[in-house]
Ligand binder design. Structure first.
Ligand code: BG6
Length: 524
C-alpha cells in the first residue's frame, strides 16, 4: 500500500514537473515574439516598403507584438541623409496609416536608420557591422523588396561581411523569375547562401485573414469537409478581379502579364488551399506537402486543350461610373504590347478527391469591381420530389476574400404560407464585420510576425514554386505554339471569361456582389 502511494506521489510529481516544463517552454515561445529583432529592408525607398512593410511594423509595434528594442535598417541605393530619409518616410507613412498613435509613430521613425549601399566596399562593410554590433543573438531579417536580379548580389554581400547568423532569415518578394528556368536559377542562387528553412518567399495572399480562414472553414467544420469532393461538388470558381489598371507599374507589368503576376502565385495558392487534403497537423511542412500534391496533380495544358481551356485578354478604352478609362496601351504608353491583362482558365486536379471537377480561375485588371471570391458550386439533388418540379437551385458556398469579407451559403427555402411547396433560394450569410469588431490586420503584418517567429507555414517552399512554374509553363509554351492572341475587352467590363466554361456552367458571384452590381446599374 505504502509503495503504491509513493509511486503515485512520484507519478504526480513527474506530471507536475512536466507541466511546469511545458509552461516554461510556452512562455519562452511567447517571449520570442517579444524579443527585439533587427530587420534590414533592401529597396527601402520603393513603394512596397512605404505601403506595406513599414505600416506592418507600425501596427505590430502599436499592438505590442514588436518589442520596443526593434531596429530597422532602411537600405537603398539612393544617397540621402538620415534626416532626408526619415522625412520622406514620415510623409509617406502619414498617407498610409490611419490616424497613427504619435508615440508609436515616433518610436518607429526613431528605430529606423537609413543606409545608402552604393558606397566603397570597406565603408559599407564597416557601416553594416557597426549597425549589427551587439545583436549577435537576435533574429536578423533581411527583407529583399528588390527585383530578383539583386537577390544574389545582396546575399553574397551579406555572406562576405559575415552577417548571416544561424538565426538570420531572408524574405523574398515576388516575382521569383518569369518562367521555370529563371525561377529555379533565382532559388539556386539564394540557396547558396541560405538554408531552405531560412528562406521566406512571400505570397501576400496567404497572409490575408480570409485566406487563412479557408483552413478553418474546411478543417474545423465537419459539415463542409465531408462533402468537399467530386461526389458532391460540381465545379469551383476562383475570381480575383481588380478595377484599377496598371497604374505606375506599367514597366514591370508589361514584362509580366496577368498569368505571371497573379495566376502563378495568388490564384494557384488559393486553388491549393481549396483543393488540398487535410494535413496531418498544422505545421509548415505538412501543409506545404499537401499543397505540393495539388500542384503536381494539376492537369497540364497541351496544344490540343490550350485554345478551349484558356483565354487571355487585354483591356481597351472603356468607361466606369467615374468616367472615361484609357486602354492598356495608353496606360503603358507602348502601342505594340501583347501583354495580357486578363486570364481565365479551366483546369482539373487529377486525383481521387477531384476527379472530373472543373476548377475555373479568372483574374484581370480594369474589371467592374475589385473583389476576390471562391465559389463552390454543389451538385444538384439526385431527384426532385416536389410536385411543382420548379427548378431547384444548387447549393453554393461563396467565400468572399475581399473586400467586405463574408461567407454565403445558398440554400433552397420553403416560401411560407399555404399553397403547397413553393421554394426559392436564400443565402445564409456570415458577414465578418458583424462578428469581429477588431481591425483586420493587413497580410504583411501576419507574415512579418511569422518571419520573426520562424513559422514558414504561410510561405512558399522551393518545390512548390517549382511545381507551379512547371504547370504555368504548359500555358506559356502552348500559347506560343498556338500563336494565341489577346481578346480585347472594354475597360470596365467583365472580360472574355465565358468561352472556357463547360456546357451548363457560367461565372457566378455571391449574392452580395449581385446586389452591388444591381445598385450600380440603378445608379445608386
Ligand atoms: C500583386 C500584383 O501581387 O497583387 C498586383 O503584383 C496586384 O498586380 C496585387 O494588383 C493584388 O493584391 P491585392 O491584395 O490588392 O488583391
Amino acid at each position: 500500500m505504502l509503495i503504491k502511494l509513493k509511486l503515485s506521489n512520484i507519478y504526480f510529481s513527474l506530471l507536475y514537473i512536466l507541466q511546469y516544463v511545458l509552461y516554461l517552454s510556452a512562455m519562452t515561445l511567447q517571449k520570442v515574439s517579444q524579443e527585439p529583432f533587427r530587420i534590414v529592408i533592401f529597396g527601402s525607398d520603393g513603394d512596397l516598403s512605404f505601403r506595406k512593410i513599414f505600416p506592418a511594423l507600425y501596427y505590430r509595434l502599436a499592438d505590442g507584438q514588436v518589442n520596443d528594442g526593434v531596429e530597422i535598417l532602411a537600405a537603398s541605393r539612393t544617397d540621402r541623409t538620415q534626416e532626408e530619409y526619415i522625412e520622406m518616410l514620415r510623409e509617406r507613412l502619414e498617407k498610409y496609416l490611419d490616424s497613427p498613435d504619435k508615440k508609436v509613430f515616433n518610436k518607429l521613425l526613431k528605430s529606423t536608420t537609413h543606409l545608402c549601399i552604393k558606397k566603397d566596399e570597406e565603408q559599407l562593410k564597416a557601416d553594416l557591422m557597426n549597425w549589427f554590433e551587439g545583436s549577435e543573438e537576435h533574429v536578423r531579417i533581411f527583407y529583399l523588396a528588390t527585383p530578383a536580379s539583386a537577390f544574389g548580389t545582396i546575399s553574397d554581400m551579406l555572406l562576405r561581411y559575415d552577417l548571416i547568423t544561424p538565426v538570420s532569415r531572408i524574405v523574398l518578394e515576388k516575382p521569383l523569375g518569369t518562367d521555370l528556368k529563371s525561377s529555379e536559377d533565382t532559388n539556386s542562387t539564394v540557396a547558396k547562401y541560405f538554408d531552405e528553412d531560412q528562406i521566406y518567399r512571400i505570397d501576400h495572399y496567404l497572409g490575408k485573414e480570409t485566406v487563412q480562414n479557408l483552413m478553418v472553414l474546411r478543417f474545423a467544420n465537419n459539415l463542409f469537409e465531408r462533402t468537399w469532393n467530386a461526389q458532391h461538388i460540381d465545379n469551383v470558381q476562383i475570381t480575383v478581379a481588380e478595377s484599377l489598371g496598371v497604374g505606375s507599374r506599367g514597366g514591370y507589368y508589361d514584362q509580366s502579364g496577368a498569368l505571371r503576376d497573379m495566376v502563378q502565385n495568388h490564384l494557384l495558392q488559393l486553388l491549393c488551399l481549396v483543393g488540398m487534403d487535410p494535413p496531418l497537423i498544422l505545421n509548415a511542412d505538412e501543409v506545404r506537402d499537401e499543397k505540393l500534391k495539388v500542384l503536381k496533380a494539376l492537369r497540364p495544358f497541351t496544344k490540343e486543350t490550350i485554345k478551349s481551356d484558356t483565354i487571355k485578354g487585354q483591356y481597351t478604352r472603356g468607361s466606369s461610373a467615374e468616367g472615361h478609362l484609357p486602354s492598356y496601351l495608353e496606360d503603358i504608353e507602348k502601342y505594340s504590347s501583347q501583354t495580357e491583362t486578363f486570364v481565365a482558365l479551366k483546369t482539373y486536379i487529377d486525383n481521387w478527391r477531384w476527379e472530373g471537377v472543373p476548377f475555373y480561375l479568372r483574374t484581370g485588371k480594369r474589371l467592374p469591381h475589385r473583389y476576390s471570391e471562391i465559389i463552390i458550386n454543389y451538385k444538384s439533388v439526385p431527384h426532385n420530389i416536389f410536385p411543382e418540379k420548379k427548378n431547384i437551385e444548387n447549393n453554393r458556398l461563396a467565400i468572399r476574400l475581399q473586400p467586405e469579407e463574408r461567407i454565403e451559403l445558398l440554400q433552397m427555402v420553403k416560401i411560407p404560407g399555404p399553397g403547397g411547396y413553393r421554394y426559392k433560394p436564400i443565402s445564409l450569410e456570415l458577414d465578418y464585420a458583424d462578428h469581429f469588431d477588431d481591425r483586420f490586420p493587413d497580410a504583411y503584418e501576419r507574415l512579418l510576425m511569422d518571419v520573426v517567429r520562424g513559422n514558414q507555414t504561410l510561405f512558399m517552399r522551393r518545390d512548390e514554386v517549382k511545381a507551379s512554374w512547371a504547370w504555368i509553363e504548359t500555358i506559356l509554351v502552348n500559347w506560343k505554339k498556338q500563336k494565341m492572341n489577346n481578346e480585347l475587352y472594354e475597360a470596365g467590363s467583365w472580360g472574355p471569361g465565358n468561352k472556357i466554361m463547360n456546357e451548363g456552367h457560367h461565372w457566378v458571384t455571391s449574392k452580395h456582389i449581385e446586389k452591388i452590381q444591381k445598385l450600380k446599374k440603378d445608379g445608386n
